[in-house]
Ligand binder design. Sequence first.
Ligand code: NCD
Ligand code: ZN
Ligand code: ZN
Ligand code: ZN
Length: 356
Amino acid sequence: MGTLKLPGLIDAHVHLREPGGEHKEDITSGSAAALAGGVVLVLDMPNTYPPIVDAGTLALKRRLAEEKAVCDIGFFVGATETNPAEAAGLAWQAAGLKIYLDQTYGPLRMHNLAALLAHFCTWPADRPIAVHAEGLSAAMAIGLARIYGRRLHLCHVSRANEIALIRAAKESGAAVTCEVTPHHLLLTEADAERLGPYGGMKPPLAAEADRAALWANLDVVDCIATDHAPHTRAEKEGATPPPGVPGLETMLPLLLTAVADRRLTLERLVQLTHYAPLRIFGLPEPAECWVEVDPDARHTLGSAGLLTRCGWTPFEGMPVVGKVRRVVLRGQTVFEGQVRVQPGFGRVVVPARHEG
Ligand code: NCD
Ligand code: ZN
Ligand code: ZN
Ligand code: ZN
């Protein structure tokens, strides 16, 4: 086959680490990694230092993005125990509200029931609430979304019982969507053992039966997102390695390999990485935008040449087929062998408002 042309990928879950974590990644290095992976729009998570939780920090993030991004970027606002009203006021400048219901990296874990209920009451009903919710927390979040009539998006679903719950929730008519990551689709706790700290992330890599259940229930999965969560090698090899793995540059080759192996159709790949995230978050279609890939190019994933500042991948040594050759956004070549635009080319994306 010759060149394959796909719509630019949309990644609904990334951590570009700015402000406060620039030694791991910054908006320029992270958005460059996105383009190298065929991703033209990233939705950036709020668990930075400071976290993005009010008008001031969102304005700061926006300013940084306008200055530094090479791909397009949208933002989540983080839920805190004191910001339900302020967060709701920012809903139309954000991809969604993010609530952390379990312990993970960053300062935003929600502990307070009153605040949690206030967020579900106050956040606009037609905008998504994204949750980090493992196990019982996923059931709680779905229950709250049902009670308060809110749209819920479950991040990085990783276990068989969670995907079964989401199927049941959808069948009952709940306005629930979910994402899975390439690492939970392709790696298990056996890989975590092999990888040591480099295989540590939240939710943790699970059993083979969990991994298989994600594939078996792919019809319930709305989108694939990387949860690109870079940490430095020094941090990973330290006494208390932070959870998280990078993923922007490896998602598309891994998924194209799944297509080559007939585990996924190309049409479904495009739904999962392009149309679904735009629909879930109500975002405008990027203009004059596509990715050209060589679907037959065999190579082995590794750390050499990665644009992410962290410089490593949990998929080191994995053979893949499919390579990004060129990425076009707004009619302009943004990536071809290297990034072809200057920081500031990327635009801040906000939801398209609907008048009923
Ligand atoms: C994420 C991070 O490092 O910001 N880590 C992770 O293990 N996934 C936080 C998160 O998405 O839960
Ligand atoms: Zn998470
Ligand atoms: Zn994350
Ligand atoms: Zn409408």
